[in-house]
Design a protein around this ligand. Sequence first.
Ligand SMILES: Nc1ncnc2c1ncn2[C@@H]1O[C@H](COP(=O)(O)OP(=O)(O)OP(=O)(O)O)[C@@H](O)[C@H]1O
Ligand SMILES: [Mg+2]
Length: 255
Amino acid sequence: MHNREEAGRGAGEPVALWRRRPPAGDVEPGAMLTTRFSPKSPVTESYRVLRTNLQFLGLDKPLRSVVIASSVPNEGKSLTTANLGIAVAQAGSRVILVDADLRKPSLHRFFDLGHEVGLTTVLAGEATLEEALQDTHVPDLRFVASGPVPPNPAELLGSPRMAAVAEQLGAACDMIIYDTPPVEAVTDAAVLSTLADGVVLVVRSGAAAYNYAQRAVEALEKVKARVLGVVLDDVPPNGEGAYYYQYHGYYGRGY
Ligand SMILES: Nc1ncnc2c1ncn2[C@@H]1O[C@H](COP(=O)(O)OP(=O)(O)OP(=O)(O)O)[C@@H](O)[C@H]1O
Ligand SMILES: [Mg+2]
């Protein structure tokens, strides 16, 4: 991926958006659910843009399952998964969020739920999917936690049993959104993407991000994942947006 055309081809139609990271500080995870608490904020609006773009990308065949991935840790995958899930549920779709980061599960924290029973429990045959599904405080938004951290996450996610669970999940909602560990570190997201309709790559803006993002796209394309586009996290406020424009150039077509 060396130029704009190649980037466009690699990333498919862009679903990129940008949002500004609020001032740092100790914030309760639940309070980060801007989409729930600040319906009018520009950040919430940007999640709605992402939702709408996903709808446009699914005009022929609606996207019913999406993997949220990123190349390296700490790029904002889990927060994006949670907020996008809320935005889609607020539009009236039945959503299930799945914490498929079986290495460092964190999605449950945003909803103040437990992760003792979840995906790995179901995969181990110790609970049914119905038993593992948790309600959240958002109507139409349900959650499957990770369950206990297993020794072999990639193997589990690539198992026929996981494919069966994905089908069951699909029958129980309009859209599944999977949170995953970093692509650069482990194959889990790539493995899971073969069960999903597409992948959204979260990229935290910064000088190093482009190379990593490029490698992540390559790793995902190797398994024939449909990379839908990029979400830019932590973009500097207007006026300092050099990276924004840089990415805009790399990934953007017509937005
Ligand atoms: N737009 C944002 N504004 C404020 N804080 C953010 C934003 N995006 C992410 N964060 C914070 O940055 C940290 C990392 O976010 P998050 O856990 O969503 O990333 P991740 O990619 O899922 O990380 P990991 O690879 O460890 O799973 C969290 O503490 C989160 O609250
Ligand atoms: Mg995470």
